[in-house]
Design a protein around this ligand. Sequence first.
Ligand SMILES: Cc1cc2nc3c(=O)[nH]c(=O)nc-3n(C[C@H](O)[C@H](O)[C@H](O)COP(=O)(O)OP(=O)(O)OC[C@H]3O[C@@H](n4cnc5c(N)ncnc54)[C@H](O)[C@@H]3O)c2cc1C
Length: 491
Amino acid sequence: MKASPETLLRSDVAVVGAGAAGLFAALVAADLGAEVVLVTRSPLAQTASFWAQGGIAAALAEGDSPALHAQDTLAAGRGAARESAVRVLCEESPARVHELEQLGVSFDADRHGNLALGLEGGHSARRIVHAGGAATGRRITRELSARAAVHERIQVLEPAAAVALWTHDGRCTGLLARRRDGFELPVLARATVLATGGMAALWERTTNPPGAVGAGLGLAEAAGARLADLEFMQFHPTALRTGGARDGFLITEAIRGEGATLLDASGERFVDELAPRDHVALAIEAELARSGERAVSLDLREIDMTRFPNIAAALAEMGLDPARDLVPVAPAAHYTMGGVATDLDGRSTLPGLLAVGESACSGLHGANRLASNSLAECFVWGRRAAVAASAEPAPPPVPGPAPAPGPPSLPPESTRAALWRRAGLQRDASGLRDLLDDPFPLARLIAAACLAREESRGAHQRTDHPDSDPALDEMHTLVGGGSDPCWERWQ
Ligand SMILES: Cc1cc2nc3c(=O)[nH]c(=O)nc-3n(C[C@H](O)[C@H](O)[C@H](O)COP(=O)(O)OP(=O)(O)OC[C@H]3O[C@@H](n4cnc5c(N)ncnc54)[C@H](O)[C@@H]3O)c2cc1C
């Protein structure tokens, strides 16, 4: 059903998505005086933000500094992280943690009442803040969504999906939202902020909720914006391999930090469990290829599971007792380093359109995300984009011709299987060329980006180009938006 002109919604800022990035951007913009429309498709429990177990990285400890945090982030990015974006994140993340506290998020404290700072792989200092132990994402999204629901300048459209972006004279002027009953509502805005999350659920095995299929990337690309670094998909080494509802459930590496071991089919260790995430994932992949098994075993028998109650609960649901049973695990697609190409304020290449959180690619993560930098990114860029969006020029008084229908929102199952097979932990040109004919547009763009990067770096491992090419340091692949793939150097 189409909306009549009087049902057109006018706002200053339209935000799509109510995970950590979208909620925070909406709240900041509204507090700056903007009228905000927040369009969200799914209940909170279906955002990656809700599931986040670890925490937020911020250089808050004595002896730590944004410079040290930046050093670690650049090392994880393997020569492909954009230095200016890394500086922004590391310098601004501590202030965002304090801002969240002022908004009512209560982070875990030590016995002196100071923030309890955790240590995670790849970080050279204690700098991870948590809320409710492993419930950080849940606590933050709960607090922020309660605030957004009652904010006088935020109108929430839920459940409603953005199905196309409205463009006029080369700028984005809003979006078309579709409610579950099929009713379509144009939303006019000076700026539209995509906060639609990543695309890891496009792969057959994933730790992400099913809605993480890159909806915002598809909308942005169809409207003419460019996408960057789609070849960099981070695979988590230890996701449950049980089939059923809990398949893909993430078992944090913190548990390996506590002494959990990985065992092959004959019960022997085969990898340094504390090596970087991509090394462990590749070692498991090689072991599975060698043995022909579907999973390796995670041995938790010596672990005090009271420290990991959410994992114990998920295992119990699958009938597994970690004190007795070996737990079957295998790698799964986890985090999207690429996304809608943006500048340091979240502006995309299409004027009036911004992107934040996991849907965006500012170049911050390079070829590998450092753990807990992604929630930090949601808040740092959430604020920056809200400020930039509020300053965009007013939209035209009428929306102009209706946008062309957006891209399909869901991939066929065959696409998910093909991405897993052709663009999994290891890829080569011949498999990637097959993907260029996939029916799902985003899969074709991923293939184009993977093909363009003829090297191996971080999360992008080409068996036909096993080495890194120093000429591609700091280089980012841009695809879509109606132009051929090209390279840009981002510093
Ligand atoms: C299991 C797990 C554990 C993690 N642990 C951590 C951690 O400890 N620390 C860390 O830093 N990161 C962690 N991450 C990554 C981090 O959680 C995400 O990068 C981050 O939460 C992404 O937030 P977001 O707001 O960008 O997207 P999301 O939280 O995914 O939210 C996306 C929103 O967009 C909506 N949406 C999508 N398409 C549309 C559309 N067309 N129309 C309307 N709405 C739409 C969705 O419904 C949802 O509301 C983890 C991820 C997972 C999956």
